[in-house]
Design a binder for this molecule. Structure first.
Ligand code: DPP
Ligand code: ZN
Length: 855
């Protein structure tokens, strides 16, 4: 496959005045007629005229009314055209039903839908399918009346009617999008859908019709999403001054979808798992995620759609910023510290392993073979961290000024990271040259700090360094904002949070006038995505756990105690650390603390996180030992807290009607964390009672999970299946839970059995992920010494690749950590990677992933 480089970027050479598309829908033979007005971009129009296209059955192509010859080139066609404005008219045929890759126009449960990001539009018609070509679209959809009463596209609906001059009479729908957009934001939906409707009046008085479109039967799962949408619209006005810009806003739920959701202009398409919600079928976690994703896609209307990316290397321009914005939104709607901790947990679970392994790449990559492989934790989550650091460095007011300038200067444009940084330089007079390394340099920086106290002066001596990563051997020092506060022996804050700016490989900062030695709290709020190395003992951590005035670092102190306890039992067989157990006990009993926060405190580092920490420290992780130590710590906590757990459980029961708000959800989270430990003591008795009484999915699922943990879940598992067999999203959970709770040695067998279940519809990405994603996430079982799970996953990747390359390639990252482990495991995993690599006709997506992972 061909590698594409950022440095080779060239503009298209032509400008599009407008695009008219007509779709004559048919499940196996849809006709797409395009009429496009092109004119030369006189600065750059010396190249051949090239249009993308993939898998199109060509019918005709005309330039100014005359049929033209197509010269097929890699990825599309070249055509001889005049060096002057001209009209392009083409007709192609496509087969939505055969489109199992779910890119372009495809069918899901009898409904037509599209996914065009990143390069799906080229599977619909000949077009310059690149984000820097922006145009106004008018779309006419024609279809058989019976099966597709609802037909939607981007922008505003202009016309809907049945054409009785034809027989049978087709439905006709016309949409016009007044805002120029790149093709990746194109969308079309047609099917038998019903709407949950509402209205929103914008800050300047525009009345917007809002609809969430679902299959008949799902109407009762839309209300929460609609509220989330209205909150998002209001928040973007209040916080960023951004108004919605069309007369309608449509969301459609689709069962077969590769990603979470897609921000198509005025017509967002959602994986049904990311929009449909009801108390009976969705957990608190589902509700929170749905609220965040609706916000995310809505916020893209300005950060992504009105201002888009010049090329796909700039993906973080829209994704990093939009993730950052949705995180701000969630923090405002719910709890800021809890959201921050959740985000750091996710960053460490997904981005750190990526950045510390063979898939490491900069937030703005410099080359790719398949762009779909770069919708990564690094681009999204580290991309958002970079924006958070920028805001920390320039301050809130300057951030706001810079964003106003960004919207004013670049509205309607396709931009680069250079444009983004320029806006901050112009509005703050700061040189951000070194800061830009966050976009271009891959790898997670290490920051080491040493403390010194002499003559009333307290000093912090920092060092920063980064390991080599693929393609980048030498690293330059980065700008690292380190938020620091100082406490006295009584736990009072003597120096409030201050931002230290690290720019050198080694740098010191002093605090004068401290008659007694202060205790520093470093990297407050996780002010930079780095690994902090601090040589401090357990008693210091216990002090910070008890006293830190920064809620993130207080949680982090407990986390580090848990981590060190686990590492010392893995490496030296030591019993759980008493500083941790004592400190945590005090905290759990502190009812002045938010229950959601206390629930987070009860967690401990995941097994794969521990494996990563050991690997970074030069120790080969043993998955079985890590598993044993993790279980032992949980049991030790259960015993140590046996007397307080029932009270915590009882005090955090929520009565009355279900609400997914932060407060009751936090209580349920704490009660359920307590239930997990109680189950270690009572063998599942409390969980069984909760299961029997549960009237919402949060309680039902956590009870089932506890029962499975106690190996007392068979009956409940069957009951759960019988109750929910007709609800796809709940059955996904049923599959996942069984994989998650398998014993390490039985994981491959359990998973294999589940793949033979009648409901294992492996072509549905959600179902595939609910099983295979959990297999990969089961650390001790996936890395079991038998290698059985490696082989099973490889079998399924090989099977899925010809059907759906994108979902296959995404799942390959399960193998990204394979070189952490011992030689025997490396041999087993390596053999499976080789087997995948040697498949004939492997997709570009999967072949790129496997070759990067093999290194
Ligand atoms: N652009 C989508 C999102 O991140 C993913 N395709 O919202
Ligand atoms: Zn996004």
């Amino acid at each position: 496959p061909q590698t594409i480089y950022l440095k080779d970027y060239k503009p298209f050479g032509w400008i599009i005045d407008d695009v008219h598309l007509t779709f004559r829908l048919h499940p196996t033979a849809t006709r797409v007629i395009s009429r496009i007005r092109f004119r030369p971009d006189y600065d750059v129009h010396d190249r051949p005229f090239m249009l993308h296209g993939e898998g199109l059955k060509h019918i005709s192509a005309k330039v100014d009314g005359h049929e033209v010859e197509l010269h097929h080139v890699n990825g599309g066609i070249e055509v001889d055209v005049p060096h002057a404005p001209f009209n392009w008219e083409a007709e192609v045929e496509i087969n939505p039903e055969a489109n199992t890759a779910l890119e372009g126009l495809y069918m899901s449960n009898g409904m037509y839908c599209t996914q065009c990001e990143a390069e799906g539009f080229r599977k619909i018609t000949w077009y310059p399918d690149r984000p820097d070509v922006m145009a106004q679209f008018t779309v006419r959809i024609e279809s058989d009346a019976e099966h597709t009463p609802v037909m939607l596209s981007n922008g505003n609906g202009l016309y809907y009617a049945q054409d009785n001059t034809q027989s049978p009479a087709p439905n006709i729908s016309i949409y016009q999008d007044p805002w120029p957009k790149p093709a990746y934001l194109f969308a079309l939906v047609a099917g038998d859908l019903v709407a949950h409707e509402d209205k929103f009046t914008t800050m300047f008085g525009r009345e917007v019709d809002l609809s969430i479109w679902v299959r008949p039967g799902d109407e009762h799962k839309c209300a929460f999403g609609m509220e989330a949408l209205k909150k998002s619209m209001k928040w973007d006005e209040d916080v960023y001054g951004r108004e919605y810009d069309l007369d309608e806003f449509n969301i459609v739920a689709v069962d077969d979808f590769n990603m979470g959701a897609m921000e198509n202009k005025g017509l967002n398409i959602f994986n049904s798992s990311c929009v449909l919600a009801s108390p009976e079928t969705s957990t608190d976690g589902n509700f929170e995620r749905i609220e965040a994703i609706i916000a995310h896609e809505y916020f893209h209307n300005w950060t992504g759609n009105r201002i888009t990316c010049r090329d796909w290397f700039q993906l973080c321009l829209k994704e990093g910023l939009t993730v950052f914005r949705d995180a701000q939104f969630t923090a405002d709607m719910r709890s800021e510290p809890v959201k921050r901790i959740d985000d750091v947990l996710a960053l460490r679970a997904r981005q750190f392993p990526e950045d510390q392994g063979p898939l490491s790449h900069p937030v703005r990559p410099e080359s790719f073979q398949e762009i779909n492989n770069f919708y990564t934790a690094t681009v999204y989550e580290k991309g958002a961290e970079v924006i958070g650091m920028l805001k920390t460095l320039v301050g809130d007011d300057a951030y706001k000024k810079a964003l106003d300038l960004y919207f004013e200067r670049h509205d309607g444009q396709a931009c680069t990271i250079e444009d983004w940084i320029q806006v901050f330089e112009d509005s703050t007079d700061r040189d951000l040259g070194q800061f830009k390394l966050w976009y271009t340099q891959s790898g997670t920086p290490n920051v080491t700090v040493r403390e010194e106290y002499t003559d009333d002066t307290f000093s912090l001596h920092f060092k920063q360094s980064s390991e080599p990563t693929p393609g980048q051997n030498k690293k330059l020092p980065q700008v690292i904002p380190v938020a620091v506060g100082l406490l006295n022996d009584n736990g009072e804050e003597v120096v409030p949070t201050k931002i230290l700016e690290l720019t050198e490989p080694e740098q010191s900062f002093s605090f004068e006038g401290h008659a007694t030695r202060p205790v520093p709290s470093i990297l407050r709020g996780f002010s930079a995505p780095v690994v902090l190395h601090q040589d401090i003992d357990n008693s210091r951590r216990a002090f910070l756990l008890a006293n830190d005035t920064d809620p993130f670092n207080r949680w982090e102190a407990g986390r580090m105690l848990a981590r060190d306890s686990l590492l010392s039992s893995i490496r030296e067989g030591n019993a759980p650390n008493s500083d941790y157990l004592v400190g945590l006990r005090t905290l759990l009993g502190d009812t002045s603390l938010d229950p959601a926060y206390r629930a987070l405190m009860m967690g401990q580092p995941s097994q794969s996180e521990l494996a990563g920490v050991l690997h970074q420290a030069g120790v080969t992780p043993d998955p079985a030992a890590i598993h044993a130590a993790s279980e032992a710590l949980r049991s030790a906590k259960a015993e140590a807290f046996a007397d307080i757990l029932p009270e915590i459980y009882a005090a955090n029961q929520v009565s009355g009607a279900y609400s997914p708000d932060a407060e009751p959800a936090g209580k349920r989270a704490l009660a359920n964390a307590a239930l997990g430990l109680i189950t270690k003591l009572d063998g599942g008795a409390t969980a069984a009672t909760q299961y029997a009484k549960a009237n919402n999915m949060t309680l039902q699922l956590s009870a089932l999970s506890a029962l499975l943990d106690a190996e007392a879940g068979d009956e409940a598992l069957q009951a759960f299946y019988d109750q929910w067999r007709d609800d796809r999203l709940v059955i996904d959970k049923w599959f996942s839970l069984q994989v998650m709770h398998a014993k390490p040695e039985a994981l491959a067998k359990t998973t294999s059995r589940l793949t033979n279940h009648l409901d294992f519809d492996w072509k549905n990405p959600n179902r595939f992920r609910s099983v295979m994603g959990m297999l990969a996430a089961h650390h001790a079982g996936f890395h079991h010494e038998s290698g059985a799970s490696y082989a099973l996953l490889a079998d399924w990747l090989i099977k899925l690749d010809p059907v759906n390359p994108q979902t296959t390639a995404r799942m390959c990252s399960a193998f990204q950590t394979w070189k952490r482990y011992d030689e025997d495991r490396q041999k087993l995993a390596g053999a499976q990677l080789k087997r995948i690599a040697e498949q004939p006709n492997l997709s570009r997506d999967t072949s790129e992933m496997i070759s990067r992972i093999r290194g």
